[in-house]
Ligand binder design. Structure first.
Ligand code: ADP
Length: 282
C-alpha cells in the first residue's frame, strides 16, 4: 500500500509529490521502524558516534525500542562504544541471493548493526570503492531483522560525499542531528553539512556542541577550552537550534574504555536533556 492510499487526507492532499518521494524510499524487509534519525558531522573525531550512542541509551532509558545502524562502513565505531565488539552479528542465508542479518543486542537491549560486527574480526579493513560501500549500507539497512523499533539512529558516514548522499536519498530519514565542536575550522566544515541537508530537503533538529567545556574540579566553573565563543553563537552561525552543550567528560571516556558506557549513562541524569527536541509523536 502506498503512503497516499493510507493517508487520511488523500482527497484534499496537495503534497502527492512528497508522498511519491517517500514511497520510493527503502523500507526494511524484516521490521517496522517509526522514526529514523541521522547523526551527522562533516569532520571526524568530533563525537558523532559518541552522541549517537548517548542518544540511543537515553531513548532506551525513556522506554523506547531503539536500534543503531553504524553507517560508517570503513571506520565503524559503534560496537566499541557499546562494548559489544567481541560479538558477531549472524548472517542467515535465506536463498542463493537473500540473506538476513541479526543485530547484536547491547545489555540494555539496543539493537546494533555495524560492518565491524559482520567481518570475521573487528580489525579486518573494508577496502571497497564508493558504489560497493553504498550497496553494502543499503543492504545492511534493508536486510537486518530490526523487529519493531520506535527509533533507528544512524551514525552517518563522514563528509558530504557519496555515502552520506545515499543515506539521505534512499532511506526515509525523518530528521538530522548535527554534531560539532567549538572550533571555527570545524564549524565551517559542519556548515557544509547543514547546507547539504537543506539541499536534500531534510529537516534538522539542531546541533549538539560536543567538548564544549571542562568542569573545574575545585570551583565547578565551566572552562571553555577550545573557544571563547558561546555554543549559542556557534549554533547561530550554523543557523540551527542548539540542542545541548556537552562537556569533555573523563568519566565517559573511562566507561567507554571499560566497555561500561551503558552503566555510566544509566546512572547519570546529565545527558537526559538531549531528548528534549527529539521526541516525535509515535
Ligand atoms: P566521531 O564519531 O565524530 O569520529 P567519536 O564519537 O568516535 O567521534 O569520538 C572521538 C573520540 O573522542 C572517542 O575516543 C570518544 O570516546 C572521545 N569523546 C567524544 N566525545 C567526548 C566527550 N564529550 N568527553 C570525552 N571524550 C569524548
Amino acid at each position: 500500500m502506498s503512503n497516499c492510499d493510507s493517508c487520511a487526507s488523500k482527497d484534499g492532499c496537495n503534497n502527492k509529490e512528497n508522498c511519491k518521494l517517500e514511497d520510493n524510499k527503502m523500507k526494511p524487509k524484516y521490521g517496522e521502524i517509526k522514526n529514523i534519525i541521522g547523526v551527522i558531522s562533516g569532520k571526524g573525531g568530533v563525537g558523532k558516534s559518541t552522541v549517537t550512542g548517548i542518544l540511543a541509551i537515553e531513548l532506551k532509558k525513556a522506554g523506547y525500542k531503539v536500534g543503531v545502524l553504524d553507517g560508517d562502513i570503513t571506520g565503524p565505531s559503534m560496537p566499541r562504544f557499546f562494548g559489544i565488539n567481541e560479538k558477531r552479528a549472524e548472517m542467515i542465508p535465506l536463498s542463493k541471493t537473500d540473506v538476513k542479518f541479526t543485530p547484536v543486542e547491547t545489555k540494555m537491549g539496543i539493537k546494533v548493526i555495524s560492518m565491524n560486527l559482520l567481518t570475521k574480526v573487528e580489525e579486518e579493513p573494508v577496502i571497497w570503492r564508493g558504489p560497493v560501500i553504498n550497496g553494502a549500507l543499503n543492504q545492511i539497512y534493508e536486510d537486518t531483522e530490526w523487529g519493531e523499533l520506535d527509533y533507528l539512529l544512524i551514525d552517518m558516514p563522514p563528509g558530504t560525499g557519496d555515502v552520506a548522499l545515499t543515506v539521505m536519498q534512499n532511506l526515509p530519514v525523518k530528521s538530522m542531528i548535527v554534531v560539532s565542536t567549538p572550533q571555527d575550522m570545524v564549524s565551517m566544515i559542519v556548515k557544509k553539512i547543514v547546507i547539504m541537508i537543506g539541499k536534500m530537503n531534510l529537516s534538522i533538529l539542531g546541533v549538539v556542541e560536543n567538548m564544549s567545556y571542562i568542569r573545574c574540579g575545585n570551583c565547578n566553573e565551566k572552562i571553555r577550552v577550545f573557544s571563547k565563543k558561546s555554543a549559542e553563537e556557534q549554533a547561530k552561525y550554523l543557523g540551527i537550534p542548539l540542542i545541548k552543550e556537552m562537556p569533555i567528560d573523563l568519566n565517559l571516556t573511562e566507561s567507554l574504555e571499560a566497555g561500561k558506557v551503558e552503566e555510566y549513562i544509566g546512572s547519570t541524569t546529565q545527558y537526559e536533556d538531549i531528548l528534549n527536541k527529539i521526541k516525535f509523536e509515535l
